[in-house]
Design a protein around this ligand. Sequence first.
Ligand code: SF4
Ligand code: SF4
Length: 294
Amino acid sequence: MRCGGEIRQLTVISGKGGTGKTSLAAAFASLARGAVLADCDVDAPDLHLLLRPEILSMEEFKGPRLAEIDPAKCTGCGACRERCRFLAIDEKFRIIAERCEGCGVCGIVCLAGAIRYVERVLGSAFISRTRFGPMAHAELEPGGEASGKLVSLVLQSARELAKREGRGLIIVDGPPGTGCPVIASLGGASLALLVTEPTPSGIHDLERVLEVCEHFNVPAMVCINKHDLNEGNTKSIERWCSERGLELAGKLPYSDAPARAMVAEKTVVELEPEGFGRLVDGIWRRVARRILYG
Ligand code: SF4
Ligand code: SF4
C-alpha cells in the first residue's frame, strides 16, 4: 500500500486480551502485501507463532540502572533509606529491585562508598523477516517493567524499516488494555481498529479503549468478533458505534479457524481463503480504504 510517500500505521487493539486481534493483524499482513509488521504486545507476544519470523538482528532493551549495596562496606547509617523517595531500600539495607528507579541519590548520600549501579536488561528487541514482510518485535523478561518504552522502541524500529525499504504501511498488533503500552502503540497511528466481543464487558472495554484513541486524536473503526455468540449484545455494540459515528469495519462469527490456523502456523486467510478468510478479507478492504482515503 502506497500513500504518496507517507507511512501510514494501523494499530489493532482491544480493551482486553483474547479478542482475536493477533489473528486479524496476521491476516491483514498476508492481505496487505508489503507492509511492515510490528508486534507491540511485548508482554505476551504471539504474532511470531503465526508468522514464524527469521530473526535478523537482536538488541538488548535496558531499563534504568539498578542500585547495589555492598554489605561489606555498609555501616548501616540509614542515610540511603531515608533519602530514597521510591522506598526501594528495605530495613536491612537491601535494594528492592522492582522499586529502584536508578536515580542515583543513594550513591550520593552514602559516605561509605557502599553503593554502585549496574545495568539492567529488561528484554530484547528483534528485527526479523517473515513471508509477508519485515517485522519488528520484542520480548520482555519475566517481571520486566517499562513495557511502554519497549513498545516505543519496536515502533521506532518498524518506522525505520518502512523508510529504509520504501514501505507505506505499518501493521501493529497492539497490547491489550488501556495502559501505557497501548498508548505507546498508538503513537503515530493513522487508524486504530478496535476489536471487541459481544460479552457483557465488551461495550465497557470498547468505551475505555475508544477514550484513549479520542484523547490522542487517533481515528477508530470497530470489528465485532464472535458476533453470533450474543446477537443482543452485538446489536447494542452496533447501536453504540452508530451513536458515536464510529464506523464498523465488520463482524466475524464464532469459528475454530483462528485456533486451527495457529496450530498450522498460518493466517486464517491462508488456511481458509474461501470461508472465514473471505470475511476477514472484507474487513481488511474496509480498513484499507479508510487508511487510504480517511
Ligand atoms: S548510606 Fe551507605 S552505609 Fe549508610 S546504610 Fe546506606 S548503603 Fe549503608
Ligand atoms: S537509585 Fe534511587 S531509587 Fe534506587 S535505591 Fe537509590 S535512591 Fe532509591
